[in-house]
Design a protein around this ligand. Sequence first.
Ligand SMILES: NC(=O)c1ccc[n+]([C@@H]2O[C@H](COP(=O)([O-])OP(=O)(O)OC[C@H]3O[C@@H](n4cnc5c(N)ncnc54)[C@H](OP(=O)(O)O)[C@@H]3O)[C@@H](O)[C@H]2O)c1
Length: 246
Amino acid sequence: MSLPPLPTSLKPFLKPYLPSNSNDNHITLTYAQSLDSRIALKRGLQTKISHLETKTMTHYIRSKHQAILVGINTVLVDDPKLNCRYNDEDNLNLNGIRPIIIDPSNKWNYDDSQLSKICEKGEGISPFILIDESITDPKNSNKLKEQGGKYISLPLLKNRKNNWEIIIKKLNELGINSIMIEGGSTIINEILEYPKKIYDVLIITIAPIFLGKEGVEVSPNKQIEFSNVNWWTGIQDSVMCCTPKE
Ligand SMILES: NC(=O)c1ccc[n+]([C@@H]2O[C@H](COP(=O)([O-])OP(=O)(O)OC[C@H]3O[C@@H](n4cnc5c(N)ncnc54)[C@H](OP(=O)(O)O)[C@@H]3O)[C@@H](O)[C@H]2O)c1
């Protein structure tokens, strides 16, 4: 499905929060939530939250980054395409966006995924899948190799609550400097409450809906304050951009 045009006011609104060069060291944490801070109706249920115009915005933001990072549960539940379908003269990343999947226990069958299918058609970039170093014999995916993706072994589980520096350092070594982190809730909560500042910018789309108590919640275990706060309002959703307070 093609995307509707990006509302013109969004480009100047987002500009101060996006990398000016896709090679900049820049981490954007972003997601869409309900009024009660839920990002899905239930665990295991794919949920449409944002309006189409903010969906276009997500693809516009992707066009400014080298990689998009998500957790394995998001991949298993949503089977996302993780590509960038926004293209105009402003696109900083003409090679497309590289999906990074954190899958420490190597659960994902890449060959069956929507992503592997769109990569076959040249409509996406094959992922780098981060697995724990204890997995010595990862699922053998010829497709992944043929398409240019790979497994990357890291000490994820030994450092389970303290491994974000390891992950970011490895991605930087691979030449990936601008990263858009899109979820799910485990990753977002962990990054928000992480003792060191991992992200530069937070962009939240807020939709006018309550998803209720069974919803998948984003709510870190501590108070967090922000600076440089700005709001944009569209047909249905509002978007908040800010930076974590130093
Ligand atoms: N509304 C939105 O914007 C949005 C965006 C994305 C996702 N979602 C929704 O979010 C839900 C999924 O969220 P979720 O919290 O269940 O899962 P998730 O955050 O997608 O994935 C969590 C899993 O990833 C692995 N992981 C994440 N960080 C890790 C780290 N630092 N080190 C090692 N392993 C790590 C762990 O896998 P193991 O359990 O294998 O150890 C962990 O349980 C889905 O319903 C999806 O639709 C919504």
